[in-house]
Design a protein around this ligand. Structure first.
Ligand code: SF4
Length: 372
């Protein structure tokens, strides 16, 4: 199969659209409303709009955009910590590109850089090791973010730094685990969901088996999807078919990438570097039990926590309430009164307008007709 041909094949897309419509419409008619399907991953939100799938799918399906964009769920406090560290004379703050423009209480990392702070963009956490070696008179702090997908890279880098005996590298870890996040959404009383399109990239690391409680305890179906149109529609078809047949199971429509038990090497290195099950606060989700990680005790000297304790920091302001509502699927991006008027990619108010996976950025880029 070729990605650009078979997974974007118009004939396959049409066949799947017809099958989805035939399966979804009787269920929606019975319920008296559209099926409410959460695509967990921001990459899927962008795929839906980029390929125009929202215009091709029947009105009996409504997408609820989920919280699976790692930059979007970063709390303001995490940005404030990174900015405070970046403003230290003895620190080089290293980060992926996306978090740089996310507004903190007193500006973003990009603004700190414009003010003279040493902020560097890295493409891989491993580059932080080279940066530390090249700057022995500075402390290099890597701003480590992301779901289970990026956690193995941070973990490998942290363990490599330990083996190399690097004394001037620290990790500011704000990694988030997907399953506790989904559980928090399922526990919320005011979020109505009929099923999930499961994320492809996270599942590549954690596997498909871990989602079993979503079906067995919360009685919601989930189908893991890839990011090409045929991938996504195949998963959606399987999901809708389950709803039509009254079934509820975890299925994997991205088996060319996702295994039942994930990537054992990645999971091993995560377990070695990080304590899991740490209660953590996230934008839009609030305090989520067991969703965070912490550097394990033998490597704690590589954790930026001690450095933070000796860094002057500011009182963090609350996250914009509209962003929180979009992140949990309570409103759509264009229903935020700031959307496109006061909040744009050039002048973002919230993280969802910044990130390449953010729902507001997707609406801005692909739905120019939406004002409110
Ligand atoms: S438009 Fe801006 S302020 Fe409104 S929800 Fe999106 S990111 Fe937040």
């Amino acid at each position: 199969m070729s990605l650009t041909h078979d997974f974007r094949d118009a004939g396959r897309v049409k066949t799947l659209l017809a099958a989805i419509t035939a399966a979804a419409e009787p269920v929606a008619a019975r319920l008296g409303r559209p099926l409410q399907i959460m695509e967990v991953c921001g990459g899927h939100t962008h795929a839906i709009f980029r390929f125009g799938l929202n215009q091709l799918l029947p009105s009996s399906i409504e997408f609820i955009h989920g919280p699976g964009c790692p930059v979007c769920v970063l709390p303001v406090e995490a940005i404030d910590q990174a900015v405070s560290l970046a403003r230290r004379e003895d620190v080089i703050l290293a980060s992926f590109g996306d978090p740089l423009r996310v507004p903190g209480t007193r500006g973003s990392l990009l603004q700190a850089k414009a003010d003279g702070a040493e902020v560097r963009v890295l493409y891989s956490p491993f580059d932080a090791l080279a940066l530390a070696r090249a700057n022995p008179n500075k402390l290099v702090v890597f701003f480590a973010i992301g779901f289970d997908t990026t956690m193995p890279g941070t973990a490998y880098s942290l363990l490599a730094a330990e083996r190399a005996g690097l004394t001037n590298l620290r990790f500011l870890c704000h990694h988030i685990r997907l399953m506790p996040t989904l559980t928090a959404l399922l526990e919320a009383d005011d979020i109505r969901l009929d099923g999930f399109v499961g994320p492809g990239h996270v599942s590549m690391v954690i596997g498909s088996r871990v989602y079993e409680p979503i079906a067995s305890q919360y009685h919601k179906p989930l189908v893991i999807a890839g990011f090409e149109p045929v991938d996504f529609l195949q998963a959606l078809y399987q999901l809708v078919l389950q709803l039509a047949e009254g079934r509820c199971a975890i299925e994997n429509a991205y088996a060319r990438v996702v295994a039942l038990d994930g990537n054992p090497s990645a999971l091993k290195v995560i377990a070695e570097a990080f304590e899991q099950g740490i209660d953590s606060h996230w934008r839009g989700l609030g305090q989520v039990p067991g969703s965070g990680v912490r550097v394990r005790a033998p490597y704690r000297h590589l954790d930026a926590a001690e450095l933070l304790a000796s860094t002057p920091h500011i009182k963090t302001t609350a996250e914009p309430a509209w962003c929180n509502a979009v992140l949990t699927g309570r409103i759509k991006p264009h229903q935020c009164p700031l959307f496109r008027r006061h909040c744009t990619p050039q002048n973002p108010v919230g993280a969802l307008m910044v990130s390449s996976e953010g729902a507001c950025a997707a609406y801005y880029q692909y739905r120019p007709e939406e004002l409110r």
